[in-house]
Design a protein around this ligand. Structure first.
Ligand code: NAD
Ligand code: GLY
Length: 360
């Protein structure tokens, strides 16, 4: 059992990690939402049947009236129409301003339910119970909540910190291998940008079984790194930007595959390799062997290190990147394994170097 505290003044919360904590969630939720009588639990059609009953029983045991609402599993549910359905359903079930919303699922459910919590009745309490590796190490911590628009991913959203993040590592046992690998891309990212020892730790355990053997340490390390960044830069104007390592070109890969061919984690994995190569090309990363080490680890984890896409997609991704302003972009580069830097550069220069690397 491990607990970390996210020390945002006035909005502090715990990230609690414990095998079996789904069954004791009721008491913990009650403690952080003392005025709540009703809980609106959002899940999806895969996670609900696996873990919904246990959570509802635990909440009922703590005297909380909880109802489940399951959205179809998958990114397609993270949209404005589904958000509006959640709002209506919450009102139909009589949710009041002192009640709370709980997300039980992966990043899709967390982002969607969190945005619903942030906006219904001008904001109600919110609890995250993440069940994918990606959600446990990344999306459940930090308060970014959103839905996708036709114009792009996560374009409508808010910062809405949860009252509690509760993760049961045993829920990861039912994840498909590809979904587990997706989460590993973000886990490896933490090692690359913040913690060389953690990268080495992962490199010595390059398989799902080996990672699961040390899962509490892995979750703890990632959440600890993420919470530090979030406390330093909640609104994503500085250090939080480093979490974008691999994501700029990754977005090009995702889009080129129409968000079907490549998952986010696969795209980020290949995007990190491109970003590492760009770091060498620019003379920021002197250890050329670091790129090979990164690629080797990602491959061992079943992630791609090269993805073909059209040059137009790269140009568009560099142009549209949320870290870009006017003619410049802050591109996240590696100085060494374990240390990243955001370098503000003219987009044209970035593209010129990417072209050399990418051969587009
Ligand atoms: P997801 O929520 O779609 O989950 C992936 C799949 O795994 C789904 O089919 C789901 O039903 C299934 N699943 C979830 N838990 C399971 C379990 N324990 N056992 C079996 N199956 C399970 O996807 P994700 O990868 O968790 O999250 C991706 C989303 O997170 C994207 O929308 C992305 O934009 C968002 N995200 C948000 C942040 C943030 O800071 N808010 C950060 C990174 C990503
Ligand atoms: N996953 C990026 C962030 O939370 O800032």
């Amino acid at each position: 059992m491990k607990t970390l505290r996210v020390d945002l003044p006035g909005r502090e919360y715990d990230i609690h990690m414990e095998t079996g904590c789904l069954d004791t969630a009721g008491a913990r939720v009650r403690a952080v939402c003392p005025r709540a009588k009703k809980l609106f639990v959002v899940t999806d059609t895969t996670v609900g049947p696996l873990y919904g009953r246990r959570l509802l029983d635990s909440l009922a045991g703590a005297g909380l009236e909880a109802g489940l609402f399951a959205v179809p599993a998958g990114e397609e549910s993270k949209n404005a129409a589904m958000l509006a359905r959640l709002w209506e359903e919450m009102m139909a079930r009589g949710l009041t301003r002192t009640d709370a919303v709980v997300a039980l699922g992966g990043g899709v459910v967390g982002d969607l339910a969190g945005f619903a919590a942030a906006t219904i009745l001008r904001g109600v309490d919110f609890v995250q119970i993440p069940t994918t590796l990606l959600a446990q190490v990344d999306s459940s911590v930090g308060g970014k909540v959103a839905v996708d628009l036709d114009h792009g991913k996560n374009l409508a959203g808010a910062f809405w910190q949860p009252r509690l993040v509760l993760m049961d590592p045993a829920t990861l046992d039912t994840l498909p291998d590809a979904t587990f690998a997706d989460g590993m891309a973000e886990v490896v990212k933490y090692g690359c940008i913040f913690d060389r020892d953690f990268f080495d730790f992962l490199a010595a355990r390059p398989s799902r079984a080996a990672v699961m053997g040390e899962i509490e340490h892995v979750l703890y390390t990632c959440c600890d790194l993420k919470r530090r960044v979030v406390v330093e830069d909640e609104r994503d104007t500085g250090a939080r930007m480093l979490l974008n390592f691999g994501h700029t070109v990754g977005h090009a890969f995702e889009k080129a595959g129409n968000y079907q061919t490549w998952t986010h984690g696969q795209a980020v994995a290949a995007g990190m390799v491109v970003a590492a190569r760009l770091s060498v090309e620019l003379g920021v990363l002197e250890d050329g062997g670091a790129v090979a080490r990164l690629a080797e680890l990602l491959e061992a984890l079943g992630l791609p290190t090269r993805i073909q896409c059209g040059w137009d997609d790269i140009v568009e991704a560099v142009g549209l990147d949320k870290k870009s302003a006017g003619d410049h972009i802050s591109f996240v580069l590696l100085e060494q394994l374990g240390r990243a830097v955001a370098r503000r550069m003219p987009k044209g220069e970035v593209l010129q170097h990417l072209k050399a690397i990418y051969g587009g």
